[in-house]
Design a protein around this ligand. Sequence first.
Ligand code: SF4
Length: 202
Amino acid sequence: MDTEMSPVFAGMANTATPIACAKGCGSCCTLTVEVSADELFALVNYLEQTLDETALAALKTRALKNDAIGHGMEPLARHRKRLVCPVQDPATKACLGHAARPNPCQGYVSVSLPDCEADHANPPQRVERPAMSGILTDLVGGCRDQALASAGMPKTRFELTAGLLAAWREPDAEGRWLAGEDIFPDAKAYVATNQSIPPKTD
Ligand code: SF4
């Protein structure tokens, strides 16, 4: 991937695109994040290795509260509820799982903080983003799908908060997923049944 993408990386560097993203912003962490099971387990393992017992318990409590409101909710309606990802530290707004954050989080790059703040305050708003960030996100997601298919694994995506809760709820979740068991039936990503935008409710 590095070899294939090296001209792209060079092009991004040459444009010197100003990136607005910085630690402690977190405005985009109310967007719905769809992850593959391997990304979920990578994040779960990272959080369990890096957080102490108190911080991990607090994160799980935030996840339960978030999921009680937003479980299965259409992404834009969920964004409008401003349900903050439970992995975000409420005190600093930093991502507690930054090193293991899923591909959609890694790839969501903005060049305009005012755009992000406007989208957070009154979604949906257009957020200016480098085209390459979307291309790279799709490329990594596509490569992941190919790798999963090569391993005989499903490429099913899950909503992040519901997936985290399922991974923590199910005993030996990773081992059972690797063995081919469908262990997250209630955490699957939202599938649109029509293209209508839900009405604003708050
Ligand atoms: S995993 Fe981290 S970057 Fe992704 S939505 Fe949650 S807090 Fe934000």
